[in-house]
Each structure stands twice: as structure tokens, then as C-alpha cells.
Design a protein around this ligand. Structure first.
Ligand SMILES: Cc1c2[nH]c(c1CCC(=O)O)Cc1[nH]c(c(CCC(=O)O)c1C)Cc1[nH]c(c(CCC(=O)O)c1C)Cc1[nH]c(c(C)c1CCC(=O)O)C2
Length: 348
């Protein structure tokens, strides 16, 4: 099947679709009982990420229920620091915990050799998923962007203030820059290896792009993204890159024009009318329904989805959430949304 026959890839290539293609960030996960069953069988969350058979199974689960236009590899952005040798655990209900890296001296604990060997199970999962998805469905690979991955590596887990990572970046930009440089190189190569294994596009998740002031945003979000895209494109010139600089606010504008990404993911706070006028005229956009509408459901969900479709439909557009599906989402609400998206524009 050519790209033109996969609506998701066709939209990414800049062609408006009659019915906008859709997928949902975190479409696989704890809101699905069948995910929880496999997760219990796998042992830990990382065991699931490194088990190609089970990772393939949980990737396919949401497609069976909702027939999204794209599958996203089941993995996590934190397998990159893990493959660099940083200790990582996921405690039930607590989120990730890492052994923090906070200085140039601690950076030397990270190892680049063996990186791809440790990620072989991920590449194997990509190969299996590509062989198992329907013909008209595309496969998305992904990685965290350097700034967001560095946030977890330096803070040692989630954070509210980001005092450690910002502190290092502001106090010692050369030392912190060495961490970012390392992440730029390995992330671009990691994405390229996912494409070699069968991914048809890649998304860079920059979940914490929104916590930096303008100067540091340029230096630690925009520049590293631009370098990853350049390094990745040298290997795979025709494979589209989707950037998702969550919370970037007014900086969405320079991100769209300077990062080199081919399409841009909008978070929940971005006003659709503004984005249609200033971003979608330059590149395909993806987003941006509030994931909490999938918890609430009903008329509010329907109205919010239709509003987004009306603003972005007709130009290159991929329907998605503005952030990931949350665990308390009733699966039936996702079914209602999928039904609406498949029926649009006839439904209105
Ligand atoms: C910041 C970030 C992470 N991981 C990710 C991001 C960027 C997007 C975002 O901002 O949400 C990206 C991610 N994580 C996961 C995927 C899988 C693919 C998908 O379906 O979208 C993707 C694309 C699975 C996951 N990653 C995680 C789970 C839940 C783990 C479990 O099953 O217990 C899943 C399904 C764990 C995870 N992983 C991470 C955190 C903070 C947590 C704990 C919070 C939580 O539990 O939801 C780091």
C-alpha cells in the first residue's frame, strides 16, 4: 500500500482528508482491561516494554476496539536513559524513579556502547507490529525529546518545579549541554533504527517544553530538536517527524518554523482558531481534544470534538488528544469518539 492509501501518512504529507485520520496519545494503557491483564502477566512495566510479543499485543489492543488510523509502538520515552545505563524503576501508582544524573562527573556513568543492543527488543516489537497492523494503518515510532528526557534523568522522576534540571542548565550550560548533546545523538539514531525496523513516521514527545523561559526554550528545546531532525533526515530524508512541544504556548510559532519538524502536535491549551491561522497554513497539525472529555463523555465530548473538526478539517489535520488518555477513561467513551470521527462530516 502506498502512502496515499494510508490516510494518516497522506495527511502528514500535507494532503487534507475528507475524514481526518485519528489516533490517541497513550491509546494503549491502563484504561483498557485487556491491557491490565497483559501487564499483570508481564511482571513489571519495563518487562512489558522489553517483551516483543507482549508489546505487540498491547499495541494492537486499541486498534481492535477502535480502528485508529495509526498504531504507536508500545514502549516508553525512558527506555533511552535506561539503555544508556541509568537505573530506572516504575513503581505501581508512583511513576518512574531514576538514579539522578546531576553533574558532568555523574554523566560519565552513562554508556553509549551497547545502546542499540539493549534496545533490540524494541526494534523486534516494531518489526512484529508492522507485520500485524491492517493495510491502511500506519505505524508511529517515538522518543522523548532531549529536554523532557533530561528532566526525568536529572530530577530522578517527575517534578513540579524542575529546580534540579533548570538549576544545572542555568548554572553550568556547558556541562548540561553535554547531556543534551548525548541525547540528541542517541535519540536520532534510536528513531532511525525504529524506521529501519518498520516505523513509518516518528513523534518526538517534549512533554515539558512548556516550563522554560524564551532563551532557554531556544537552547534546550528548539535547538536540540532541530539537530535531531537534521541527523534523522540525513538517514531517512522522506520519513516525516511529528513534534509535540507540550505547553509551548506562544513558542509554538518559532517551533513550527525553526525546528524542522514536518507536523506539529497541539496541546489542550492551544486555541484551534489561532493554530489554524498561524500553524496549519505552514504544516499539518495534530490534536487537541482535552483527554478529560474522554472521562466525562456525553454531549460535552461530542461538542468539543466537533468544534475541533470544524476548525481544522479541510486542511491537513490529524485528530488526537492534547495529551495522553488517562487511566480513569471509560473505554465506551473512546468508542463514542471513534464512531463520531469515522462518521464525520456526514454526521453533522
Ligand atoms: C513523559 C512521558 C513518559 N512516557 C511517555 C511520555 C511522553 C508523553 C506524556 O507526556 O505523557 C510516552 C509514552 N508512554 C507510554 C507510551 C506508549 C504508547 C501509547 O500508547 O501512546 C508513550 C508514547 C506507555 C506508558 N508509560 C507509562 C505507562 C503506565 C505504566 C503502567 O502500565 O503501570 C504507560 C502505559 C508509565 C510512565 N511513563 C512516563 C511516566 C511519567 C509514567 C508514569 C505515569 C503513568 O503511569 O501514566 C514517562
Amino acid at each position: 500500500m502506498t502512502d496515499r492509501q494510508k490516510p494518516f501518512l497522506d495527511a502528514l504529507a500535507g494532503n487534507a482528508q475528507q475524514r481526518p485520520p485519528f489516533w490517541l496519545m497513550r491509546q494503549a494503557g491502563r484504561y483498557l482491561p485487556e491491557y491490565r491483564a497483559v501487564r499483570a502477566q508481564a511482571g513489571g512495566f519495563l518487562d512489558l516494554c522489553y517483551n516483543p510479543e507482549l508489546a505487540t499485543e498491547v499495541t494492537l489492543q486499541p486498534l481492535r476496539r477502535y480502528r485508529m488510523d495509526a498504531a504507536i509502538l508500545f514502549s516508553d520515552i525512558l527506555v533511552v536513559p535506561h539503555a544508556l545505563g541509568q537505573a530506572l524503576t516504575f513503581q505501581e501508582g508512583e511513576g518512574p524513579k531514576l538514579d539522578p544524573v546531576r553533574s558532568a562527573a555523574e554523566l560519565s556513568r552513562l554508556r553509549r556502547d551497547g545502546f542499540h543492543e539493549r534496545l533490540q527488543p524494541v526494534y523486534e516489537a516494531v518489526r512484529r507490529i508492522r507485520g500485524a497492523i491492517p493495510e491502511d494503518t500506519a505505524l508511529i515510532g517515538f522518543a522523548g525529546a532531549p529536554w523532557t528526557v533530561a528532566c526525568y534523568m536529572v530530577e530522578g522522576g517527575g517534578s513540579k518545579e524542575f529546580a534540579q534540571v533548570k538549576g544545572w542548565a542555568y548554572r553550568d550550560p556547558a556541562g548540561f549541554g553535554a547531556l543534551i548533546d548525548l541525547l540528541v545523538d542517541v535519540t536520532a539514531d534510536y528513531l532511525a533504527a525504529q524506521v529501519d525496523a518498520g516505523a513509518e513516521t516518528v513523534q518526538l514527545f517534549d512533554s515539558w517544553a512548556g516550563v522554560l523561559p524564551p532563551g532557554p526554550f531556544r537552547r534546550w528545546v528548539l535547538e536540540p530538536t532541530r539537530r535531531i531532525v537534521a541527523r534523522f533526515k540525513a538517514l531517512h530524508p522522506t520519513v516525516p517527524v511529528i513534534g509535540f512541544p507540550r505547553g509551548a504556548g506562544l513558542q509554538y510559532d518559532i517551533y513550527a518554523s525553526e525546528s524542522g519538524v514536518d507536523a506539529i502536535g497541539l496541546d489542550t491549551t492551544v486555541p484551534p482558531v489561532w493554530a489554524a491561522r498561524t500553524l496549519q497554513t505552514r504544516l499539518p497539525v495534530q490534536g487537541n481534544l482535552d483527554p478529560i472529555h474522554l472521562v466525562t463523555g456525553g454531549e460535552a465530548l461530542r461538542d468539543a470534538a466537533l468544534e475541533i473538526l470544524e476548525v481544522f478539517g479541510g486542511r491537513p489535520f490529524i485528530f488526537n488528544l492534547g495529551h495522553g488518555v488517562v487511566p480513569q477513561t471509560p473505554p465506551e467513551h473512546v468508542a463514542e469518539l471513534a464512531h463520531l470521527l469515522r462518521a464525520w462530516p456526514e454526521i453533522v
